[in-house]
Design a protein around this ligand. Structure first.
Ligand code: ATP
Length: 258
């Protein structure tokens, strides 16, 4: 089991942000976490990464029950996360290569000496993600699309069992977005691939390899099931509360409001 949430609730400043969350992710599954603004996606992710402690219920990630076991560096290394809230903490002057290398230590910045194997792996990931050409450039000189690729390479550096991608296409143009999605599709099909949780507001980013989808609405699970059963006009109409038209092209969905 990669993840198990049972009856999870989260209260902040007196209000319930998450309630009655039950969610199980088995090894080999890739999930989409879909919700509108304010649904509680970020709060839920913070909980999975051990930044928030549940007010109610149980959270078990990669066999460790939070609260009972301490979220140590070892577990943190097994969870790769790409999120703008983390990206902001990077040292702008670090090169793309240094940032990817630091992923091997689950640290922000490089404080330990990387091994030759780590250096080789970092270069390999930079190539796989198409970032090799700007490996020595400072992070602040990179475009948003280039930064996201570097961040994904960094997250993969420790060979995580779980890869969380939190709205990775934010701020990307159409082409950069499609190129990034195709890299993510490749990662999901690679040998020894991590379990992916892909967080988004956008139905059209749901890739064929994301077999399962959780719809989060107002802090609760609206529905969690096979993506093929979630992506129907009826379910999405109930979820968004408006009439929608769902269309498919090359195994990719598009959604319009009627
Ligand atoms: N510390 C806090 N105190 C009170 N309310 C909070 C706190 N943190 C988040 N919230 C509220 O909880 C709700 C869920 O927020 P969250 O950021 O998790 O949503 P989200 O689904 O990630 O939204 P978005 O897609 O806009 O990023 C929001 O209504 C938000 O205002």
């Amino acid at each position: 089991m990669v993840l198990e949430l049972k009856g999870v609730g989260l209260q902040r400043n007196g209000s319930w942000i998450l309630q009655d969350i039950d969610w199980t992710i088995k090894s080999g599954e890739n999930w989409v976490l879909l919700g509108l603004n304010g649904a509680g996606k970020t709060a839920l992710l913070h909980m999975l990464c051990g930044y928030y402690f549940p007010t109610k219920g149980e959270v078990t990630v990669l066999g460790r029950r939070f609260g009972k076991d301490i979220m140590g560096d070892e577990l943190r290394r097994q969870i790769g996360i790409v999120s703008s809230t983390i990206q902001e903490r990077f040292y702008d002057s670090d090169s793309a290569y240094q940032i990817v290398l630091s992923g091997g230590f689950a640290s922000i910045g490089l404080y330990e000496t990387p091994t030759d194997a780590m250096r080789d792996r970092a270069k390999e990931l930079l190539k796989e993600l198409g970032c090799y050409g700007y490996a020595n450039r400072s992070f602040y000189t990179l475009s948003q699309g280039e930064r996201q690729r570097v961040m994904i390479a960094r997250a993969l550096m420790a060979d995580p069992k779980l890869l969380i991608l939190d709205e990775p296409t934010n701020g990307l143009d159409f082409l950069a977005k499609e190129q990034l999605l195709s890299s993510i599709e490749q990662i999901s099909q690679s040998k020894g691939n991590p379990t992916i949780i892909y967080v988004t507001h956008h139905v059209d980013e749901i890739l064929p390899s994301f077999q399962k989808t959780l719809l989060l609405k107002e802090g609760r699970v609206f529905k969690a099931n096979k993506t093929s059963e979630i992506l129907t006009e009826q379910v999405l109409m109930n979820f968004f509360g408006v009439e929608v038209s769902l269309n498919w092209l090359h195994e990719r969905p598009t959604l319009l409001k009627k």
